[in-house]
Design a protein around this ligand. Structure first.
Ligand SMILES: CC(C)(COP(=O)(O)OP(=O)(O)OC[C@H]1O[C@@H](n2cnc3c(N)ncnc32)[C@H](O)[C@@H]1OP(=O)(O)O)[C@@H](O)C(=O)NCCC(=O)NCCS
Length: 423
């Protein structure tokens, strides 16, 4: 058993769906005592959404709520409110991601929470920040990707697929939860200095925007220069920059080195027979050697990034030609010897069965009372003195009586709460 640094940190997990649960799950992996508070009877909506086995918690729930305990509580009933008040008095953090104003309407405004426990850290996810002109909106993942700049800068700028595009990665949900976790730990360290809790808020729009930093950089460069030299539109489609709005760049690299997704052997039938290939400026000579084009090392049309850029797509075409008889794995095995930044495009199926990911604990199998077991994504953060152990997500209300007893309620009081349907 490794040391768990967050042991003793008591968290009221008043979250649902993905953004909040991803945050509290991570803190639970690192040792926090996370008590998920759920509506009696139904619980977190993800328990029943997109089920793969009838009447058993869906994977959406199990994969976002491991290592937690579950308490059912109707916080709109007086008995439920009283329990939540007691929990607030005895906990370190309350995390919530309800729609705007829901916690206030329930009677737990920030002012009231401070009265109950001035040491408590209140951590919230909302779609937009406090005071924002859209602060009243409810927000889900894709809405946040649109509001935070990811959708307008992702996808194709021409052709049938042109238009804003959503990423499959949870830039709005889990990403916001990760930002919130950093905020919670910061407020916790702050409390060790001041003795006071504080309110920590992360808006999904802001968390997406924080990941779109380089696209904001491009907007600022575009304002100054009128074009973006590393975009695939440069220099043949300069009209793409005419409105001085950061265009979509397809699969182009976002940094100083051009890159693209290239076809490998079998792409005609395998939708993921591709690699990502990066042309690092200082690695040009090894690239020429790797792909059998030594003459490019001295040809002035190829020797500098500036000289290559006007025909970079032709260069990628030549590399694709070289890739024709190589699988994505064979290609990477050759390119790695030349120190070229590249990787296969992995499917979810490949990732699920990946030996390295299973060995490192990034993909783990977790025993579960009703499912038998489930596979999930483990901690992406690795420590030298902590090996996060992923344990099952709780059944709905599995720990209700246990948590109530810990709060000091006796058997009769607990029975009365059940009778009143408050738990
Ligand atoms: C995700 C979201 C769109 C879902 O909206 P929703 O399903 O309509 O749910 P809400 O969060 O608004 O909550 C609905 C109600 O349930 C109530 N509720 C929740 N848990 C309860 C409990 N244990 N007991 C009693 N009532 C409860 C809330 O108080 C709220 O009541 P009210 O609106 O009457 O005041 C919304 O919660 C939201 O915008 N959250 C913030 C942004 C966010 O995190 N989005 C990403 C989710 S992955």
């Amino acid at each position: 058993m490794s040391n768990k640094p967050l042991k003793g940190l008591k968290i009221i997990d008043f979250t649902h769906v993905q953004a909040g649960p991803a945050c509290t799950q991570m803190l639970a992996w690192f040792g926090a005592d996370v008590i998920k508070v759920e509506r009696p009877g139904s619980g977190d909506v993800t328990r029943s959404q997109l089920r793969d086995i009838p009447n058993v918690d869906a994977l959406y729930f199990t994969m976002l709520n491991s290592n937690k305990r579950s308490l059912t509580l109707d916080t709109k009933k007086p008995e439920g409110k009283a329990v939540l008040e007691k929990m607030i008095k005895e906990s370190d953090v309350l995390v919530e991601n309800f729609g705007p104003g829901a916690l206030d309407r329930m009677g737990f405004s920030w002012e009231r929470i401070q009265e109950l426990n001035p040491r408590l850290i209140l951590a919230s996810v909302k779609g937009f920040s406090d005071g924002h002109e859209y602060e009243d909106l409810k927000v889900y993942e894709n809405v946040a990707q649109c509001a935070g700049g990811a959708a307008s800068t992702t996808g194709w700028w021409k052709g049938e697929q042109a238009g804003p595009m959503i990423s499959a990665a949870a830039l709005g949900d889990t990403n916001t939860g990760m930002h919130l976790a950093i905020g919670i730990l910061t407020a916790y360290i702050g409390r060790q200095q001041t003795g006071k809790g504080q309110k920590v808020a992360v808006a999904m729009q802001d968390a997406v925007l924080n990941l779109c930093r380089v696209k904001m950089r491009d907007q600022l460069r575009l304002d100054n220069l009128g074009f973006l030299e590393e975009y695939p539109q440069y220099p043949h489609e300069m009209e793409a920059f005419a409105d001085k709005v950061t265009p979509r760049g397809g699969n182009a690299g976002g940094g100083g080195q051009p890159g693209w997704i290239l076809k490998c052997k079998g792409w005609q039938t395998d939708p993921n027979a591709y690699i990502y290939f990066t042309v690092q400026g200082h690695a040009w000579e090894p690239i020429c050697d790797a792909i059998g084009k030594p003459e490019w090392k001295t040809d002035p049309a190829y020797t500098t990034p500036k000289a290559r850029q006007p025909h970079i797509m032709d260069i990628f075409g030549t590399i694709e030609d070289w890739l024709k008889d190589k699988t994505k794995y064979e290609a990477v095995n050759i390119l790695r010897k030349f120190d070229i930044p590249c990787a296969p495009v992995f499917s979810m199926k490949e990732l699920l069965h990946d030996k390295s990911l299973r060995k490192s604990g990034s993909i783990v199998e977790v025993p579960h009372k009703e499912r038998g077991s489930y596979w999930t994504v483990g901690s992406p953060i690795k420590f030298s003195d902590l090996k996060p152990e992923v344990t099952a997500s709780p059944l709905l209300g599995e720990h209700t009586d246990e948590v109530l007893a810990e709060l000091g309620y006796n058997k009769e009081q607990i029975a009365a709460m059940h009778a009143a349907k408050a738990v």
